[in-house]
Design a protein around this ligand. Structure first.
Ligand SMILES: O=c1ccn([C@@H]2O[C@H](COP(=O)(O)OP(=O)(O)O[C@H]3O[C@H](CO)[C@@H](O)[C@H](O)[C@H]3O)[C@@H](O)[C@H]2O)c(=O)[nH]1
Length: 479
């Protein structure tokens, strides 16, 4: 009987995508997978309460409550509410579900018992509950190794007086305390919540939460990171001593085909690929700020002016909640009018296909880790406008370590947008570095490459854990 892994991502697009690709890899390796969404996202995805994926009979989707009302925005503006609700309400529902799926529980769903949990490191309760129920659990971090290392270094950064970075501090000053990054990391490149505090000089509440969750991941049976040695060798080496085991397996989207169902929380506008077909090679700027960033009307106007002045056709993803649903139609019209036939705007694009398209010349991105990996894998140069969390650190890597992108820092001015977009479209050097890095990454994921080998090792690790789980008697349910 094959191992059965319950995969539980944080309920945000940037977490769901890579964990779904990971699940696809487990299916390819012959394992069973239960992919756990929240009820809210399951409804958004149009999935039934319990559904087995038609093309993959060993994959099913289940869901648990996130405890928030359906009309809650669940965006960057209120992540603390989501985290707190999940740590209380979801925890109870998840515990009951997992207790009913583990070995020894009566069931007639045609799936073997769950023998292992791979939970998002941002859901530490999912790891604790699994281990309490006798199911071994691994942590999966969906962000970069370099940002994870920065979070692990928070106690040291506090000891050195680097964090919290006070308002008005020189953000270009170098930072000590994140091993291996002393040469190039500036205050502004630390994860965003290192700036500002809790109002009394203590750590920002989100930094406290993420740093605690990062330290918690060290207790899991192993840590899985969606990255590869070619991209983050030094960060991985500095993380390893903190962990029982680390698997660097990525970029996952380039390794495994995402299952047909259960992925995009917004309706994809496939029409934009036909529009790209009509554009010349390497001429289009693709603009997307991921699934969580929220911008002001002023920032929108600066981006639009800068893009128009740069003079290239552009494809812009403007999510309905990005500036505000009530503004969306007006802003879409503003893009179309300003672009004078050279602009296309969509609410959600098939991003991986877009980045792969021959017409795309550069990517104006918020530097979320998935977008970073997707641009790296396709060798597309970037202009980065980091919004929050790990994006500042990722942006610095693209600009200063890999040489594949330009860092707008977190200022948004039309002249800077224009200058950087022009440079990214024209720079031979950026394109060469981006293509060389893509080549290296392709070797990592190819047969015998580091990510491919690490994935094989992980499947062996999970199978071993699963054998011992099936052999053990489940511990009594404590709640
Ligand atoms: O029109 C679009 C826009 C985005 N995407 C996809 O959505 C994902 C977005 O992920 P990411 O680029 O990582 O951005 P966020 O959605 O902002 O992701 C959150 O989660 C990431 C992983 O932890 C972090 O790195 C980010 O900072 C955090 O904001 C990517 O796979 C994109 O391909 C689409 O398919 N279509």
């Amino acid at each position: 009987m094959a191992a059965h892994v319950l995969v539980f991502p944080c309920p945000a697009q940037g977490h769901i995508n890579c964990m779904l690709h990971f699940a696809a890899g487990l299916l390819d390796a012959g394992l069973h997978v239960t992919f756990l969404h929240t009820d809210h996202n399951r409804r958004r995805l149009g999935l039934a309460a319990s559904v087995v994926e038609a093309d993959s009979p060993r994959l099913r989707f289940l869901s648990v409550t996130d405890g928030l009302p359906d009309d809650h925005p669940r965006t960057a503006g209120d992540l603390v509410a989501l985290v707190e609700s999940m740590m209380t309400t979801t925890r109870v529902a998840y515990r009951a579900l997992l207790a009913s799926l583990r070995a020894g529980a009566p069931r007639d769903d045609g799936f073997p018992p769950v023998t292992c949990v791979v939970a998002d490191g941002m859901l530490p309760f999912a790891i604790n509950v699994a281990e309490e129920l006798g199911v071994p659990a691994l942590a999966f971090r969906t962000a970069s190794a370099c940002s994870f290392l920065a979070y692990l270094s928070v106690p040291k950064l506090v000891e050195l007086g680097e964090v919290p970075v006070p308002a008005g501090a020189d953000l270009d000053a170098p930072v000590r305390g994140v091993p291996g990054m002393e040469g190039f990391l500036r205050r502004r490149d630390l994860p965003s919540f290192c700036r500002g505090d809790d109002g009394t000089g203590g750590l920002h509440p989100m930094l406290k939460i993420i740093a605690e969750f990062s330290a918690h991941s060290c207790n899991a049976r192993a840590l899985i990171l969606n990255t590869t040695a070619s991209l983050e060798r030094s960060a991985l080496a500095h993380i390893a001593p903190h962990m029982r085991d680390v698997f660097a397996i990525g970029p996952l989207h380039a390794m495994f085909q995402q299952p047909a169902a259960g992925g995009a929380l917004w309706r994809e506008d496939d029409g934009c690929t036909a529009w790209l077909d009509s554009q010349a090679d390497g001429t289009v700027v693709y603009v997307s700020l991921g699934s969580l960033a929220i911008i002001s009307v002023e920032e929108f106007t600066e981006f639009l002016s800068g893009l128009v002045s740069a003079g290239h056709p552009f494809l812009w993803v403007l999510r309905p909640d990005m500036v505000g649903a009530s503004q969306n139609a007006v802003l879409q019209d503003a893009i179309k009018a300003a672009g004078r036939g050279k602009a296309r705007v969509v609410e959600w694009a098939p991003q991986r296909d877009v980045l792969r398209h021959r017409a795309v010349g550069c990517f104006l991105t918020h530097a979320g880790w998935n977008s970073t990996l997707e641009s790296v894998a396709e060798g597309v140069p970037t202009v980065c406008w980091p919004f929050f969390v790990d994006q500042q650190t990722n942006s610095r890597f693209m600009a200063a370590v890999w040489g594949t992108g330009l860092d707008m820092k977190d200022v948004c001015e039309r002249a800077v947008v224009e200058r950087m977009v022009r440079e990214a479209m024209e720079s031979v050097e950026l394109r060469r570095s981006a293509q060389a890095l893509a080549q290296q990454v392709r070797q990592d994921i190819a047969h015998g490459g580091s990510s491919a080998e690490e994935f094989k090792r992980l499947v062996g690790f999970i199978n071993e854990l699963s054998i011992s789980t099936r052999g053990s008697t489940p511990s009594p349910d404590k709640e």
